[in-house]
Design a binder for this molecule. Structure first.
Ligand SMILES: [Ca+2]
Ligand SMILES: [Ca+2]
Length: 308
């Protein structure tokens, strides 16, 4: 099922139907704790066997804390599923500095092909991997844990929860995007690869930002300025699968939420190079079925002592 991640050129939203189960707000299971009072900005590199010049699988330590998830009702391009609520992330965790790349994913599944879009190749080593389903992303995380997990006792690789993703994306910011409100959509191009004037040069009917980011299609990961945590491409480039089933947010404060108990669609975050600019926001939500694949759906991984 195609959902909210369609081309900038369509200019309309599909009707989204998702199972709306009761919110599940109970604390997560705890395994071996991570020190919670230091180590912020620490980076570890998972020692994948990669081609020369391939971007490493760097993981950045994100300090625990609290934030307001969702968007205010006044936010430009807001959707109704972004109800604001306070979230506590109670433990530090690591998250990929970059989106998972083709080379990294091919260390797991050597034949993976991220294909082409309108004649433009998407399969370079340092392009973000695409044409990966939620199931594929979960399989990659399980493989990482099996192959490399012994180096990180008590922790496993997995997809971020939706709240971890937004906490990491915002990095303490509260505006529409981590570079600011950007009401005229002319500041984004240094920070994110979105649908921009470069892309409009090829697809003239697209709705785009009022700036040129230099990339018609996916960019190699890490080409844009980081957010305040040092993470790249959280907004834009490719949508990122999260662990959660999609559903309605809780209305009150929660700690370490993990989304719905069950559902039919998994959460996608961050917007993409081909998306309507309104989806390239910290609070914007989308979703897809667990076996959906597309030219702009990818992911990044978390290393954590918590198991959602
Ligand atoms: Ca672009
Ligand atoms: Ca992204």
């Amino acid at each position: 099922m195609r959902v909210k991640w369609f081309l900038a050129g369509l200019g309309i939203l599909a009707v989204c139907v998702a199972v709306q189960a009761d919110p599940h707000n109970s604390p997560l299971a705890v395994t071996v704790p991570v020190s919670d009072d230091n180590g912020a900005n620490e980076t570890i590199t998972v020692p994948l066997t990669l081609p020369a010049d391939a971007t490493p699988l760097d993981m950045m330590r994100i300090p625990h804390g609290s934030f307001t998830m969702g968007s205010p009702t006044t936010e430009q391009h807001r959707d109704s599923d972004e109800t604001q609520h306070d979230v506590t992330i109670s433990r530090d965790f690591y998250i990929g500095k970059y989106e998972v790349t083709n080379a990294q994913f091919r260390a797991f599944r050597s034949g993976h092909d991220s294909s082409i879009y309108d004649g433009l190749i998407l399969y370079e080593d340092n392009h973000p991997v695409v044409y990966v389903s939620w199931n594929d992303a979960v399989a990659f995380c399980a493989w990482l844990t099996a192959e490399y997990g012994s180096a990180y006792p008590g922790m496993t690789f997995r997809l971020p929860t939706e709240s971890e993703w937004e906490y990491a994306c915002r990095a303490g910011t509260t505006a529409r995007c981590y570079w600011g409100e950007d009401p005229n959509q002319d500041q984004a191009c240094g920070y994110a690869n979105g649908a921009d004037l470069t892309a409009k040069g090829r697809w003239s009917n697209w709705t785009v930002w009022n700036c040129s980011d230099g990339f018609t299609k996916v960019a190699r990961v890490g080409k844009f300025k980081p957010n305040p945590f040092g993470l790249r491409d959280m907004i834009g480039n490719v949508w990122e699968w999260c662990n959660d089933w999609y559903g309605t947010y809780p209305s009150g404060p929660v700690a370490d939420p993990i989304g719905q108990h069950s559902g039919s669609h998994r959460v996608l975050r961050g917007g993409s190079w081909s998306n309507l600019p309104g989806y390239c926001r910290s609070a914007a939500r989308s979703f897809g079925e667990p076996d959906d694949v597309s030219y702009d759906l990818g992911f990044r991984v978390v290393l954590s002592s918590r198991t959602p």
